[in-house]
Design a protein around this ligand. Structure first.
Ligand SMILES: [Zn+2]
Length: 49
């Protein structure tokens, strides 16, 4: 199951949730890809947004 979560607020890359695994980071209701979120705490589970 693949679900579109949103797009990275920094680089506009589309972020998906695949089988419960989020391909990015959601922080304060904003979505970031791993590249842009590197400096932040990583929170990769879908249940965290
Ligand atoms: Zn990004």
């Amino acid at each position: 199951m693949v679900e579109k979560v949103g797009e990275c607020v920094t680089c506009k890359k589309i972020i998906y949730c695949t089988d419960g695994f989020l391909n990015g980071v959601v922080k304060n209701s904003e979505v970031y890809c791993f590249t842009c979120a590197e400096k932040s705490d990583q929170n990769r589970h879908c249940s965290s947004y």
